[in-house]
Design a protein around this ligand. Sequence first.
Ligand SMILES: NC(=O)c1ccc[n+]([C@@H]2O[C@H](COP(=O)([O-])OP(=O)(O)OC[C@H]3O[C@@H](n4cnc5c(N)ncnc54)[C@H](O)[C@@H]3O)[C@@H](O)[C@H]2O)c1
Length: 256
Amino acid sequence: MSGRLGGRNALVIGAARGIGAGVVERFIAEGAKVVLADSEPVAGAATAERLGALFVETNIAHKPDVDQAVALTVDRLGGLDILVQNAGIYPWTLIENITSEEWDSVMAVNLKGTFLAARAALAVMREKKYGRMVFTSSITGPRVTSPGHGHYSASKAGINGFIKAAALEFAGYGITVNGVEPGNILTEAIVEQRSQAFITSMEETIPLGRLGTPADIANAVLFLASDEAAYITGTTIIVDGGQTLPEGKDFRIRPE
Ligand SMILES: NC(=O)c1ccc[n+]([C@@H]2O[C@H](COP(=O)([O-])OP(=O)(O)OC[C@H]3O[C@@H](n4cnc5c(N)ncnc54)[C@H](O)[C@@H]3O)[C@@H](O)[C@H]2O)c1
């Protein structure tokens, strides 16, 4: 029962690696019991075993999977206090080349998946009159964007709108709903899917001088999932090293 999440049961979706795995690690270190859900069975099971979580294979875009993940959490842990929906995909495609199918797949995972997770967890949390929902949004969409992120930006801006609506509707049930907006976080997926030139250009635009780590995001998720955030609902925390602050490209104090 010790730790900031002592006695709490959590379901973290999209956590085989990257930010989600960082959240699971932090939650367990703070005393939570965790079910890790992911669409990648091998990596997901291995990460769960390494971190001390239970694993359930889940495609967040598929309602029966999401319902099953919530049911398994309740069954195996004895309840569900905290839901983190972090699964997201970010293919790089210019709008002129985005097919209808690719648009739908990004919306299905990032946006519909968030709705399905909230919907499934609501039924359990409402009974207990307690719940913390935390969704991974992004600075990309709600604050800024760059070429190739049309569908992704729309999906993440949509998550922010959904957070507000869900926070309002669930407030009477003792459930808070919030999100985090990561900036550029150095995860395996970023290394795989973005060029070194992209990563270097991002570093140069971050006032704190480095890309973020999964632990940077996990710390903000932990806060929103904890009782310290009891009076916060319907909002997001930007965790971006100050990247969205500069008005112009050169933010040195005395540009030459
Ligand atoms: N890395 C960044 O710079 C960054 C910045 C802003 C927002 N984000 C967001 O953070 C989240 C995690 O990003 P990441 O960089 O750690 O990515 P990642 O690809 O390393 O992790 C995403 C996880 O979600 C899982 N997943 C993908 N589709 C799924 C599905 N349909 N059902 C269940 N699980 C699924 C993947 O298997 C993976 O384990 C995403 O929502 C992403 O949009 C990342």
